[in-house]
Design a protein around this ligand. Structure first.
Ligand code: BES
Ligand code: ZN
Ligand code: ZN
Length: 496
């Protein structure tokens, strides 16, 4: 799909559909909407009067062959209250408009920004919105899309003087959305098509293409490094584990500057192990590698956006299988850090592989850590599929991430991890245990476990179990993987 900036006045746009958005206010026909109304001989005023054009969020009003305009269709999308309008709303509107028109076999459209909105940021937001919305999980369908494809999008409402900013926004938005879709593609892959070894090959190919340094640790190297927690999960099945290490180094690194460590959980399938999961819904556990895929997507975007800080991405990957060689409840394992772990539930495997992942990232020189993981069902209980659970050991660092989330329109909510919760994971026969002995607080318990391996390094844990997968299609996004947290993490790294 092509996305270009078009500076022609809206009345001259010859396209299959011209889209713009309307605010919910006493008179929705204002500003640029009033200009369109004038060109179209009072059509929009009439629609508003009849109650067909209210500006309510994501209300669609489609007009065919509007008089006075060259476009074949005019699509007006409700944008909600003007005071509440922001980038997140614009992204949804752009995405929902694309999906609406695509389902009606439109191939080309123009999206007109409102008066005063011709900024770099908005162009980026629109590009992100339409590219994410265009993503479809149809790789394994032999009959695709019934020919329904969007070929080109023109972003309009920009003057010649605003073109440079608009173009810059479009190219940034393209980099970020393509990286998000790269992650979503990986997350969609079933476990027979994406084992740890295949994921590692794909990470290598991505890194080489993007110009990033990459190293893949195989089972021998993982054993030499004594990553006992990761190995304990991998021993349950025949597929060997992998650890991907992808590094971005800026052209002129600041001596003594921060080094960001990004660690992602990549369990390519989580059966639960000997503490096996029930059959219903187990197929979804192919997305238990979403954290790792997201971190690889972040690296792909950073390679093109070129931040001024060094970033090290560590992705531990394994299956969690209940084979004859699997670890059993009660087994004691020694993590790479030397800490001993009593594995009371083999289904709490994400924290085990992250224990070695974060420890290794610190050993490689990370001064700040962020991990992303589909870690707990408990975070779904706490925050549903709306907010990412955020756990941070350093408040200024956590605030910075929350500000990034807000800036890019990803919903994240901070959860507590004070020392009182440490009791939950205190071991009886080993240093710590991998599930809580208390009642409740399952997502916090998971976070407390990972924290044990982060030492003094400022660290943030993102529990994306509830938000990495859309169970139902949204008007602006297909059913399936969301790529959540990628935009926030790219923004966070770029803000250094
Ligand atoms: N991968 C799951 C968490 C998960 C649950 C992800 C639902 C996506 C949707 C994780 O490995 C797990 O099984 N966690 C257990 C922990 C428990 C045994 C302490 C859980 O949440 O039930
Ligand atoms: Zn599990
Ligand atoms: Zn898991």
């Amino acid at each position: 799909m092509q996305i270009t900036l078009e500076t022609k006045p809206f009345a001259a746009l010859e396209t299959e559909a011209l889209i713009t958005y309307v605010f919910e206010e006493s008179d929705p026909v204002q500003g640029r909407i009033a200009e369109i109304d004038k060109a179209a001989g009072g059509l929009l005023g009439k629609l508003a009067k009849s109650g067909e054009l209210t500006g309510k969020m994501l209300e669609f009003t489609l007009v065919h062959a509007p008089a006075g305009l060259k476009t074949a269709r005019l699509l007006l999308v409700g944008a909600g209250k003007r005071e509440q309008f922001n980038g997140a709303a614009l992204r949804k509107i752009a995405g929902a408009a694309l999906r609406h028109l695509k389902s009606r076999s439109v191939k080309k459209f123009a999206l007109l920004v409102r008066e005063g909105a011709a900024t770099e940021e908005n162009a980026q937001t629109i590009a992100e919105g339409v590219l994410a919305a265009d993503f479809e999980a149809d790789k394994y369908k032999t009959e695709k899309k019934n020919g329904k494809t969007i070929e080109s999008v023109e972003v309009s409402g920009y003057s010649d003087a605003e073109r440079a900013a608009g173009d810059k926004g479009l190219s940034k938005g393209r980099i970020i959305a393509d990286s998000q879709n790269f992650a979503r593609d990986l997350i969609n892959e079933p476990s027979n098509k994406l084992t740890p070894r295949i994921l590692a090959q794909k990470a290598e190919a991505m890194a080489k293409e993007a110009g990033l340094a990459v190293e893949v640790l195989d089972e021998k190297k993982i054993t030499d490094l004594k990553m006992g927690a990761l190995l304990s999960v991998a021993q349950g099945g025949p597929e060997p584990p992998r650890v991907m290490v992808v590094t971005y180094t800026p052209a002129n690194p600041k001596p003594g500057g921060p080094v960001i460590g990004l660690v992602g959980k990549a369990v390519t399938f989580d059966t639960g192990g000997i503490s096996i999961k029930p059959a219903e819904g187990m197929e979804k556990m192919k997305y238990d590698m979403a954290g790792g895929a997201t971190m690889l997507g972040v690296m792909r975007a950073l390679a093109a956006l070129k931040p001024g800080v060094k970033v090290i991405c560590v992705v531990p990957s394994t299956e969690n299988m209940p084979g004859g060689t699997a670890q059993k409840p009660g087994d004691i394992q020694t993590a790479m850090s030397g800490k001993t772990i009593e594995v009371l539930n083999t289904d709490a495997e994400g924290r085990l592989i992250l224990a070695d992942g974060v420890h290794y990232a610190r050993q490689l020189g990370a001064t700040h850590l962020v991990d992303a993981a589909t870690l707990t069902g408990a975070i779904v209980v706490a925050l549903a599929n709306i907010n990412v659970g955020v756990f941070g050991s350093d408040q200024p660092f956590t605030d910075k991430l929350l500000a990034s989330a807000k800036a890019v329109g990803e919903k994240m909510w901070q959860m507590p991890i004070d020392d009182d919760y440490r009791e939950f994971i205190k071991g009886t026969v080993a240093d710590i245990q991998n599930i809580g002995s208390g009642k409740g607080g399952g997502a916090i318990t998971g976070a407390m476990f990972i924290k044990e391996f982060t030492g003094e390094t400022p660290w943030i844990h993102l529990d994306i179990a509830g938000t990495a997968w859309n169970d139902d299609a949204k008007p602006w996004l297909a059913k399936g993987p969301t790529g959540v947290a990628l935009r926030t993490l790219v923004h966070l790294v770029m803000s250094y």
